[in-house]
Design a protein. Structure first.
Length: 174
């Protein structure tokens, strides 16, 4: 009787092991890095990189921008991160050729917030896309027009927002 019970127990354990879901690798996912604003009490706001897994549906540049426009997740908010890019901002289109990239946003991108918000918004975008476009200048448009100033205070925007340069000067400009 003892052998039957041990045999039955062995069979049940084998069956339980067979019913576990496999750890499948989703080949339609990619890891991207976006920059969000870290808000620590008593310290100045800074943009910091965060990694996200996203469904690979578009070009990596478009996936990065769409993830950035979604803003911080609930977990990221709890950890003290946020975004200065208005939630209502939409990506209208991206145009890429061999010489440059143009990214066209809705009008919400350039409105709302003071000068610090605008600077942080600009840095979030520039640093997030810099990893993807190290060899091409990137121009930002709002409603089809090249962005020259941002916000009600008229903060001047240097175009291209990102231009291929050495790693040292890249960080100094952002």
């Amino acid at each position: 009787m003892r052998f039957i019970n041990l045999g039955l127990l062995f069979c049940l354990l084998c069956l339980a092991g067979c019913s576990r879901p496999e750890n499948k690798i989703d080949h339609n996912q990619t890891t991207i890095q976006i920059y969000l604003v870290e808000a620590l009490k008593g310290q100045e706001l800074k943009v910091k990189p965060l990694e996200r897994k996203v469904a690979f549906e578009n070009s990596k540049l478009k996936d990065i921008i769409l993830a950035l426009l979604k803003g911080a997740t609930k977990e990221e908010i709890k950890a003290g991160y946020g975004s200065e890019i208005p939630k209502e901002t939409r990506l209208i289109w991206i145009e890429e050729n061999k010489d440059k990239i143009k990214i066209n946003f809705s009008e919400e991108f350039a409105s709302g917030g003071g000068s610090e918000s605008m600077i942080l918004r600009y840095k979030q975008l520039a640093k997030s896309i810099a990893q993807k476009v190290p060899t091409k200048p990137v121009y930002i448009l709002v409603e089809g027009k090249e962005l020259k100033t941002i916000g009600g205070e008229g903060l001047v925007v240097e175009q291209p927002i990102y231009e291929a340069q050495s790693e040292t000067s890249k960080e100094q400009n952002l």
